[in-house]
Design a protein around this ligand. Structure first.
Ligand code: SF4
Ligand code: SF4
Length: 140
């Protein structure tokens, strides 16, 4: 069976936030979980941006387990293309990028781009005055 890698945003209902869901995925379903970003608060709805890596059947079973826990799964199938060379480091995009894919380096005042954290929300496309971002449709 083939190995697969899927990037997805998981939305946990408030009642599931404190359950060891990622531990169960790794232990019971033999998948590797890379947590790229987390927004979890005790007793509230939470979000995780993850990469799940494993055999296709295991990944499918792991996703079925998540659904049984009422975790909403949004696959990340789009990517953002960034014309970095033309950037003037104004910071407008970093202020809207909630997953932390665009951040201003506090020491150099230059923009840093971490594409692995991007969830393709498209907010930076609207925010950049120079229109340096565009959407790229790919297969996850
Ligand atoms: S699309 Fe832009 S604003 Fe949204 S996560 Fe990606 S880099 Fe950040
Ligand atoms: S908004 Fe555009 S020009 Fe400004 S820092 Fe972001 S990418 Fe660079």
């Amino acid at each position: 069976m083939n190995q697969t890698k899927k990037r997805m945003v998981l939305r946990f209902p408030a009642g599931t936030v404190n359950e060891p869901v990622t531990y169960t995925l790794i232990k019971e379903y033999d998948v590797l979980i890379n947590i790229l970003n987390a927004d979890i608060t005790h007793g509230k709805e939470g979000h995780l941006l993850i990469e799940m890596i494993g055999l296709e059947g295991n990944v499918a079973d792991a996703m079925a387990y998540l659904e049984s826990k009422h975790v909403e799964i949004s696959p990340v199938v789009k990517t953002i293309l960034f014309n970095e060379a033309a950037c003037i480091h104004c910071g407008a995009c970093s202020s809207v990028c909630f997953p932390g894919a665009l951040e201003m380096d506090p020491s150099t005042r230059r923009l840093l781009f971490f594409p692995e954290k991007c969830v393709a929300c498209e907010l930076c496309i609207k925010a950049c005055p120079l229109q340096l971002f565009e959407l790229n449709f790919g297969v996850n």
